[in-house]
Every structure is written in structure tokens, then in C-alpha cells.
Write a new protein. Structure first.
Length: 259
């Protein structure tokens, strides 16, 4: 090939590379700019980045939506927090908050009222919404208290005094609380304490010296105290269990009678 033609071809290639007109350059140029730009203009392909204005197109509100419905929807979905939006419907928002709280876990009326207050729902709105939920029996403090006592007594081995404190923290007092606590009898409370001590007792303390045994006794009594058991019941149960364990260990160490 003549030198001049070769030089011209190289010059033309360099020129196309600089201007982006070459095959590789064209693809890179269109990928980074031209094609994307064309897609944004025609509305196809990838959507443009950035946040659309509220109410535009087929966004969250839709053709018949309202700002209050969006606010209520966010509450029902669990997003957002803090005070109500200025244009939000307080009744719709309050209903959404209550429904979501009840979906997460059973709640007392006091707990739900506290949650509404945290979201700055007006007091009269909160009362009206909670009253309505009670009418349709979606809020039932008596049933909630019964369920709470059964669950906590079974899974946490709590005494009635501890259960009573927990109910009070949830705004449940008086006859409703007493009725729920009556599910746990004196015998059941003592049995629960005994089973708890047997699970928590350290076998190494059995047959040990007096100081070690006293330390184990204090540890177990303190554990029962944190569960709400009275000191007299706790000491009685711990002594009974430790004596029983020690007697069992002594029987295991005894020589068989047939020798």
C-alpha cells in the first residue's frame, strides 16, 4: 500500500476516534448518552432518575387519591413517624395506626392510646377511634389480660405479683386484672417456682460444703424474687428442692442391698 494512503487512513481513523464516529467510539457514545437520552425522550426503557412531583403520572396517589389517603396508607404500611401531616385526615390515620399495631401483636387500649399520642393524634379523635374498635371487639382489655397472664405464666414462670405489675404497665387494673390473675392458683404458682428452681439449680452445689450451699440458696431465692415470688415462698421452695436433690444424690451413692 502506498505510504500516502496508509497515512491518510491512519489520519482518518484518528479523526474518527477523536470525534466518537468510529464503531467502538459510536457504541460507547450512544450507550453513555445517545440511547439513554432517546429512551428518556420517548418514555421507553429505563426511567429517568430523580423523584417525580407528588401526584404526577400514575404515582402513589393515583387519579382519585388524596393526600390524606396517602398518609393513612403509609401508616398502615408502617412507614414514617412523628407528627401528623398538616393535610392528613386524623381519623383515617388513627385507624391505620391502630390496625397496624394490632396486626403486629395484641395490645391493650392504654398501649394503643399511647401510640396515638406519640403520633400527635388529637385526643378526641383517639377516643372516638378507640371506642369504635372496642364496639367491634377488636380491642378487648379483658381478653387481652387473660391471654397475657396465661402466656407469661407459662413461658416466663412469673408469679402473680409480677404479672399484676405488667398488667398495670399496660393500663389494666381492678376487676379485669384480678379476673385474669385468678387463672393462676396458689398450687400452680408454687409448682411453677419449684420447676424453675429445678431447672436453674447447679448440680455442682449438691453435696458441697455449707458455704457453697448457702451461696446457691441465695442465688436461687434471688432468682425467684425477680420473678415476683414472695420471700417466704421462695425460701421454702428452694430448701425443699435442694433437700430433695441431696436426698436423691445420697440414695444413688448408697451400696446395693443384695450384697
Amino acid at each position: 500500500m502506498p505510504f500516502g494512503q496508509n497515512n491518510g487512513s491512519r489520519s482518518g481513523l484518528n479523526s474518527r476516534r477523536k470525534s466518537g464516529a468510529g464503531s467502538d467510539g459510536t457504541t460507547a457514545h450512544r450507550t453513555s448518552g445517545g440511547w439513554n437520552a432517546g429512551e428518556r425522550k420517548s418514555g421507553s426503557g429505563r426511567k429517568p432518575r430523580g423523584r417525580q412531583p407528588a401526584g404526577a403520572g400514575s404515582g402513589a396517589i393515583g387519579s382519585s387519591g388524596s393526600a390524606s389517603e396517602v398518609s393513612a396508607g403509609k401508616d398502615a404500611a408502617g412507614s414514617g413517624g412523628g407528627a401528623l401531616a398538616p393535610d392528613a385526615d386524623p381519623y383515617a390515620t388513627a385507624r391505620s395506626i391502630v390496625l397496624r399495631q394490632l396486626t403486629l401483636a395484641p395490645k391493650s387500649r392504654h398501649q394503643l392510646a399511647s401510640k396515638l399520642a406519640e403520633r400527635d393524634v388529637p385526643a378526641e379523635v383517639a377516643v372516638a377511634v378507640l371506642d369504635r374498635f372496642e364496639e367491634v371487639q377488636l380491642i378487648d382489655d379483658a381478653e387481652f389480660a387473660m391471654m397475657w397472664v396465661r402466656s407469661r405464666a407459662a413461658t416466663r414462670s412469673l408469679a402473680r405479683s409480677a404479672l399484676k405489675r405488667e398488667l398495670a404497665e399496660k393500663g389494666i387494673h381492678g376487676e379485669i386484672a384480678e379476673e385474669a390473675l385468678s387463672q393462676v392458683s396458689d398450687d400452680e404458682e408454687r409448682d411453677a417456682a419449684e420447676q424453675l428452681v429445678r431447672r436453674k439449680h447447679r448440680p455442682a452445689a449438691t453435696g458441697a460444703d455449707r458455704a457453697t450451699l448457702d451461696k446457691e440458696t441465695r442465688r436461687l431465692v434471688s432468682m425467684l424474687g425477680r420473678k415476683g415470688y414472695s420471700p417466704s415462698l421462695a425460701f421454702g421452695v428452694v430448701k425443699s428442692v435442694l433437700d430433695d436433690v441431696a436426698a436423691g444424690a445420697a440414695d444413688d451413692d448408697a451400696e446395693p442391698d443384695f450384697l
